[in-house]
Design a protein. Structure first.
Length: 76
């Protein structure tokens, strides 16, 4: 399954995460950063889903956002 989301879908999903999980996106991104060093996108999504009981869509959006921000840091 592709992990590509439209920009609008991605932003909408991120906006709903705090209400659905009780935690801010920045907290989740920190959790991912401090989590295990997993290699592929789906492994990271699976880890969030099973370790933190997140819905697939939320986990997918968080890992996508994490990867976007990590890539942006490399260019700075």
């Amino acid at each position: 399954m592709s992990h590509v989301l439209s920009e609008e879908t991605h932003r909408n999903m991120l906006a709903r995460i705090p209400q659905c999980t009780g935690r801010e996106v920045s907290d989740w991104l920190r959790t991912v950063d401090e989590g295990p060093s997993l290699f592929c996108f789906e492994e990271k999504v699976s880890w969030l889903r099973h370790e933190h009981n997140l819905a697939y869509g939320h986990a997918k959006a968080l890992i996508h956002e994490y990867d976007l921000r990590r890539a942006a840091r490399k260019f700075l």
